[in-house]
Ligand binder design. Sequence first.
Ligand SMILES: [Zn+2]
Length: 233
Amino acid sequence: MREIRNIVILTGAGISAESGIDTFRGAGGLWENHRVEDVATPEAFARDPQLVLRFYDMRREAIQTKEPNAAHTALARLDAEWPGELLIVTQNVDDLHERGGARRVLHMHGEHLKAWCTWCDSRHAWSGPLADCPPCPKCEARSLRPDVVWFGEVPYHMDRIYRALREADLFVSIGTSGAVYPAAGFVQNARELGARTLELNLEPSQGSRLFHESRLGPASEVVPAWVDELLAG
Ligand SMILES: [Zn+2]
């Protein structure tokens, strides 16, 4: 087995669930009688922008009442102490990795706490509502939308992510369903290029058989234990 120096960590809804952030399809997958998939698309936004903005306003407000859990803080400790390359790629749009103290984080599906002006293509930290169509801080156009990647849109930072996967000696997937591409394919990419692959999940994911090793349990338990082990070297 080759020495581990470069690590890529993919995180998904399972790591935030223990902080009380429900999965996107939680609560029966409905919001005000709309299927969640029907409010998280560019088509929905074109058809009924107020509906989509209100949905995201609610989510943005909710995440600000949540706190990082032991899995987030363990990854932040790894980020701070790991001497090699490390990249946390998250599918989550909350800011719990950052609030837990992690710095090397990429949000492939965007961030709840940012607004994107589709008029001047600028991005802004944003914690308040968007449903009242506030002006863009840069160009003053009322063209702000949540800076999150909707169904049918291309995830962010893919070049950087694939570059990191190519260099990875260890790929770790935490709390992901293994059902959403392109993230579901990362394990295969990493493995084909010689990385060791590890899954930390509450239950086996759809892609479990692709991993060299799976450790099952709540993220707040299995992630700190794995970080301790890795840092003890
Ligand atoms: Zn603008």
